[in-house]
Design a protein around this ligand. Structure first.
Ligand code: FES
Ligand SMILES: [Fe+2]
Length: 346
């Protein structure tokens, strides 16, 4: 679909697993579509289009039955988690209609690393099996230790670009305990299967010193909108890995949910205090800026991307274009990015 503004045939981070309770369901919006996210009483997560095919009532307003079907609150039709209608209570037998032929769209769902991923297929690909897995958090036994999630009043692109843009930090996040005098940065980037990585380097910010003397970090970005910061260090002579995941999930064309989740080994529990103090501040800073930006975007101005600080944003646009072509034409996806060093002052 050429006029679809969202990338399809990809996994989107829809929720944290812990927020989807057993035997409960809720309505969420993903890519402008109403999606029922639920968990059966047996513990299985599932996602259905949140519109009853009978008369359009949100299925999420109904209930989950013991046999893991969802019962619509209007006429009691029941649907299996894979979408097939299992029961139409008003039928007496002998009618021409067969419930088994009625379906509500079901979305492929994967729960891993404490996250619920939903696969959003392109039109015409709805019944295809996803040909890739959702991204994995690259730490063993990944358990979310700290998270923050905020709704940004902006299109996905502005949320993503705002998060990968290195030049805004001194202005938007400039606080005494985080600020270092702007200086020339030089970072090496390389392509990844679905994006790119700022290769491992020693971070300049003092806050990283909390994680030991030999701290290094790499920052990855992959389609549709998943950023990992993978920090390693040695603390109390123990090697440690801390991963920060930032996921931008489009709710609709003008609203984006931005979620940051940190993973660290259990024994590192004391760094939680640091996140409580700082985490929400950072995301709020970014959110405020996209809200301000909206005041300008109302007038549909021409915008600019400049070398080298905006090059990751250019890459993002190129990746999107290549992926959209891939889903539209079925030709293999070719990552348009090649290895490069970027320089900027921040
Ligand atoms: S609207 Fe859902 S069963 Fe009638
Ligand atoms: Fe930021």
């Amino acid at each position: 679909m050429a006029d679809d503004i969202f990338l399809r045939d990809l996994w989107y981070m829809a929720a944290q697993g812990a927020s989807v309770k057993r035997g409960a369901m809720r309505r969420t919006m993903l890519l402008g579509e109403p999606v029922l996210l639920g968990r059966t009483k047996a513990g299985e997560v599932f996602a259905l289009r949140d519109i009853c095919p009978h008369r359009g009532v949100p299925l999420s307003a109904g209930r989950i039955m013991d046999d893991a079907t969802v019962e619509c609150p209007y006429h009691g039709w029941r649907f299996k988690t894979e979408g097939q209608c299992a029961l139409i209570p008003s039928l007496v037998g002998g009618e021409a209609i067969d419930a088994a032929n009625i379906r509500v769209r079901s979305y492929p769902v994967r729960e891993q690393d404490g996250l619920v991923w939903v696969y959003m297929a392109a039109a015409g690909h709805e019944s295809a099996i996803p040909n890739a897995d959702p991204p994995r958090v690259p730490v063993p036994h990944a358990v979310p230790r700290w998270s923050v999630s905020q709704t940004f009043a902006c299109a996905i692109d502005h949320a993503v670009i705002g998060l990968m843009d290195p030049a805004h930090a001194p202005y938007v996040h400039g606080r005494w305990w985080w600020r270092v005098k702007p200086r020339v940065k030089e970072k090496r980037y390389a392509p990844l299967p679905m994006g790119f990585v700022m290769l491992r380097h020693a971070p300049t910010k003092t806050a990283y010193k909390l994680l030991g003397g030999d701290v290094s970090t790499e920052i990855t970005f992959e389609l549709p909108s998943i950023r990992f910061e993978n920090i390693t260090g040695t603390l109390f002579r123990r090697p440690l890995a801390v991963t920060g995941l930032t996921a931008c999930t489009p709710i609709d064309a003008q609203t984006t949910q931005v979620t940051q989740i940190f993973y660290w080994p259990r024994w590192l529990g004391f760094i939680r205090a640091f996140f409580w103090a700082m985490g929400p501040t950072f995301l709020s800073d970014d959110r405020r800026m996209v809200e301000l930006q909206r005041e300008g975007l109302k007038f549909d101005p021409r915008l600019m991307l400049i070398q080298d600080a905006d090059v990751p944003a250019m890459w993002y646009h190129r990746l999107k274009k290549a992926w959209a072509e891939h889903t539209e034409t079925g030709t293999p996806f070719v990552n348009p990015i090649s290895e490069r060093t970027l320089r900027w002052r921040s």
